[in-house]
Write a protein that binds this ligand. Structure first.
Ligand code: ADP
Length: 592
């Protein structure tokens, strides 16, 4: 149902009340006026009739003078503007001021005459056919010694009064209409004045409902309305403050939530996701908008996680679990911790799951394990060779000098190899220690001489293989370096370039500036490295071709040392290589 405005509900009511009061007032006053007038006229008629009693009595005693009576009545009637009739008890008209009594019919049946004959005053209003006007008749009995001898009837026309009453009534109606109009206009104005503050409250509340809680309702009007408006304003202010607090807290929580590196997923008691942070979306590779509000088994297709959430629901204390997934064929390890959520009354409302990516630490663990295994393996081979050779020598089974010399040479070569491995391991550990220092011993200086010195260190080896080393570098090129370590890194790269190139080829060493970085490159035309090994060659003891590396005297630690030296310089090492086309290693350094 469409609700009308309060103004349009109240105003018609006002109007009806005003009109009804006017009509009632008009009816009452016109009725009273008529009654008063007719009462006065009736009293006059009775009085006049009573006044005539002595006069008429005198004539009744002498019937011969009755004609004379009519004459006297006529005079009196003219003077008093009254029709006077004398009626005998049998209804016969004895005299009349206006008509010839002989021509008048018997009046015995007239109601006023009947009343008068019964001894009372009869007053009646009726239409006179004789005079063709509305008349009021008053009839009184004429008593002589207690006996009704005649009835004296007086009558006056009352049509003129009706006309006056009608005119009066018309004026009253016009007056009432004017009053009704004035009252309506005033009440309309008053109602509007009264309802305006209410309308302001309504508009204000509408603004609140539209979310504008900073606006205020204009406070005016009656005491109650002012009170209401003030209450509404206070309510909006408090609501605004509360919303601000809630929004601030939510934003803070969101900020904490989204800046967390751990993934957080909160689910309600029906396993529906109620909150999920950016890290969880990233770790599990989800679509943020597609998962919110979904059931966990719809949103996250991971049986481990789904089962874990179910287990969390059934556990009183927090539980944890580890699982792995494959992303782009790469193994990823996650540790998840889950606990149930309770509201302020301690009622179970869902669960929260925290996902931590432990891939890195897992991989480090694997690297460390592999490293120990590799070191043991690397050391075991030369030690076994030394042990075998020395046991043979000690046993005295070898009697010729040539064999003895050969076994001694094995011991010498393997000892040298052991020493190389241990040197490289020590170098690596020193570089790692240096790398972990807060303050690194780096200084900005020209790098041409440092690289030239590294080339010089490798020249004997290069000449042995008839390999030419070309070098290009700007004299003034500077970088933030530790010269001893940079030299070692370049030596390792050049030695590899020579080791894995055929005799007679050439190696190009260059250094150039690129923006805020300096790039040192070592390029060879050697055997190259197959693509699948490229990501692993910087790992310790990783070799593409183990036997070739060992034959060349490699320890498998050279590139790991280069990588750590580059990291220590705040840079990195990259490689581009194609089997049989050669390789280029780049060490990126900071200019300043
Ligand atoms: P190694 O002592 O065995 O040379 P490195 O750590 O220096 O150990 O290198 C790791 C592996 O990377 C080597 O065994 C080799 O297979 C490959 N490698 C390194 N440099 C080159 C290069 N310039 N050309 C081809 N392969 C290379």
């Amino acid at each position: 149902m469409i609700k009308k405005r309060l103004l349009w509900q109240l105003f018609p009511l006002y109007l009806i009340i005003v009109v009804v009061s006017m009509v009632v007032m008009l009816g009452y006053y016109s009725g009273s006026l008529r009654e008063m007038y007719l009462g006065t006229v009736a009293q006059g008629l009775e009085a006049r009739a009573n006044l005539l009693i002595p006069e008429v009595t005198a004539f009744l005693d002498s019937p011969e003078r009755i004609a004379e009576l009519s004459k006297i009545l006529k005079e009196m009637g003219i003077k008093s503007r009254t029709r006077i009739t004398v009626i005998l008890p049998n209804g016969e008209v004895a005299a009349d001021s206006d008509q010839d009594p002989a021509k008048m019919e018997n009046h015995a049946a007239r109601p006023e005459v009947i009343t008068a004959l019964s001894g009372n005053t009869g007053i009646i209003t009726r239409y006179s056919n004789t005079l063709d006007v509305r008349m009021m008749y008053g009839a009184v009995p004429l008593l002589v010694e207690g006996k009704t001898r005649a009835v004296i009837r007086t009558a006056v026309p009352i049509s003129s009064f009706d006309a006056i009453l009608d005119a009066f009534f018309n004026r009253m109606v016009i007056g009432a209409c004017m009053i009704a109009l004035a009252v309506s206009l005033i009440s309309w104005w008053l109602l509007r004045r009264f309802l305006l503050p209410l309308e302001d409250i309504r508009n204000g509340v509408q603004r609140f409902a539209n979310g504008d809680l900073t606006s205020r309702i204009y406070v005016h009007g009656s005491k109650e309305i002012v009170y209401l408006a003030r209450l509404m304003n206070k309510m909006a202010m408090q609501l605004n403050e509360r919303i601000d607090t809630v929004v601030r807290q939510r934003n803070e929580l969101d900020a904490v939530f989204s800046s967390m590196t751990d993934g957080v997923i909160a689910v309600d008691s029906s396993e529906r996701i109620i909150s999920i942070n950016r890290a969880a979306v990233r770790l599990l590779e989800l679509e943020p908008d597609a998962v919110r509000g979904k059931l966990i088994h719809e949103a996250i297709r991971n049986a481990d996680l789904q089962n874990f959430v179910r287990r969390v629901f059934n556990s009183a204390a927090g539980i944890d679990y580890e699982f792995r997934i494959y992303k782009n064929r790469q193994e990823q390890f996650f540790k998840i911790y889950g606990a149930i959520l309770k509201d302020s009354q301690g009622q179970f409302i869902g669960a929260v799951v925290i996902i931590t990516d432990i891939t890195q630490s897992r991989k480090l663990e694997i690297v460390r394990r592999d490293f120990v295994a590799n070191v043991s393996h690397e050391l075991r081979t030369p030690i076994a060779a030394i042990k075998g050779a020395s046991e043979l020598l000690i046993s005295g089974d070898i009697d010729n000098d040539k064999d003895k010399a050969e076994f001694l040479s094995i011991i010498d070569v393997q000892t040298e190899r052991l020493s190389l491995i241990i040197d490289d391991l020590l170098a690596l550990s020193r570089i790692e220690q240096e790398e972990n220092k807060e303050e690194k011993d780096l200084s900005v200086m020209p790098i041409k001489d440092v690289i030239a010195s590294a080339i010089h260190d490798c020249e004997v080896f290069a000449t042995e293989k008839k390999i030419l080393i070309k070098f290009t570098c700007d004299d003034n090129l500077t970088a933030k370096i530790q010269p001893r370590l940079l030299e070692q890194a370049v030596v390792n790269l050049i030695e590899n370039a020579i080791k894995y190139s055929d005799a007679g080829s050439h190696v190009a060493v260059a250094a150039s500036e690129q923006g805020k970085e300096v790039i040192v490159s070592v390029k060879d035309n050697g055997c190259g490295i197959p693509h699948e090994h490229l990501s692993r060659i910087f790992e310790r003891f990783y070799r593409v071709d183990k036997s070739r590396s060992r034959k060349n005297g490699g320890t498998g630690l050279g590139l790991a040392i280069v990588k750590h030296i580059a990291h220590l310089h705040g840079g990195r090492v990259d490689v581009e290589s194609k089997p049989n086309s050669g390789s280029t290693f780049y060490v990126t350094l900071q200019k300043s």
